[in-house]
Design a protein around this ligand. Structure first.
Ligand code: DQA
Length: 145
């Protein structure tokens, strides 16, 4: 049976490709989505790829994942550093999650060094650009098998 991964992208990630490309790269969110689908298919994994600028929507999606998805990949954008609500949602569901960041958050401003997602995730991939999302699929494949 195909297993489904919910990929959640938070605020401002809809602007990828034009947003501070020296930090976040030139790949658009659609490019990342296409490459993830291509990587996941031969592994028997399907990708449900989403983006929102709204914190509550992310919380709703994580709660839904309980029923509909076997794993979560999440780049919560700036909400990484602020959202107790997203951490609590991830802790509430029994769905393994992998945290992704395009940039290396530990090389950047101090306020980006803390993540509320990390305590609820299996692990974090940070600093490898768009490839990090593909690395997260490999991690999920290992976790699920
Ligand atoms: C980000 C890092 C965050 O600090 C920032 O607010 C983002 C993107 C990343 O992918 O590198 O929006 O999550």
């Amino acid at each position: 049976m195909t297993k489904s991964i919910l990929v959640i992208n938070g605020p401002n990630l809809n602007l990828l490709g034009t947003r501070e490309p020296e930090i976040y790269g030139i790949a658009t969110l659609d490019d990342i989505k296409d490459s993830m689908i291509g990587k996941a298919a031969p592994l028997g994994l399907s990708i449900d790829f989403r983006q929102t600028n709204a914190e509550g929507e992310i919380v709703n999606w994580i709660q839904e994942a309980r029923e509909n998805h076997q794993a979560i990949i999440i780049n919560a954008g700036a909400l990484t550093h602020t959202s107790v609500a997203i951490m609590d949602a991830l802790l509430a569901v029994n769905t393994p999650s992998v945290e992704v960041h395009l940039s290396n958050i530990f090389k950047r401003e101090e306020f980006r060094h803390h993540s509320y997602i990390s305590p609820a995730a299996v692990g974090m991939i940070t600093g490898f650009g768009a490839i990090g999302y593909l690395m997260a699929i490999e991690a999920i494949d290992n976790i699920l098998n």
